[in-house]
Design a protein around this ligand. Structure first.
Ligand SMILES: [Zn+2]
Length: 123
């Protein structure tokens, strides 16, 4: 059993089974927006994260290596902690959505890994 399977089973037991889909989707939306706000605050208030105009273009190409280098790896310890906490909330909400749809989140990681590998090898 993968770590993420254990995580999903735990989330199902403690969170998913106690909420409705509409509540979880609302939380996912709020958590995603809060992640945007946290990163923006790190950029604007702290300044440890630098804005790169080309990031929008990179997002279209989903260059994760460059994303990590531009954003996460440049965050100071305090901002990194805030970003990680918010990403954790997003993962929690996404895991609950997966469970309510009968989807194993580990399968999505595997499929996305394949998609990225195919996308990168096509370049
Ligand atoms: Zn910072």
């Amino acid at each position: 059993m993968l770590l993420i399977d254990i995580f999903q089973a735990y989330v199902d037991d403690k969170v998913t089974n106690k909420q409705k889909m509409s509540e979880i989707l609302k939380e996912l939306n709020e958590n995603s927006y809060d992640l945007f706000k946290v990163i923006t605050q790190c950029e604007v208030q702290c300044g440890c994260i630098k804005h790169h105009d080309n990031i929008e273009y990179e997002l279209r190409g989903i260059n994760y290596d460059q994303l990590l280098r531009l954003y996460i790896n440049s965050a100071c310890d305090e901002c990194r902690e805030k970003i990680e906490a918010q990403i954790g909330k997003c993962i929690l909400s996404l895991t609950s959505v997966c469970s309510l749809c009968g989807i194993n989140i580990a399968d999505i990681f595997i499929k996305e890994h394949r998609n990225i590998a195919q996308h990168c090898s096509a370049k």
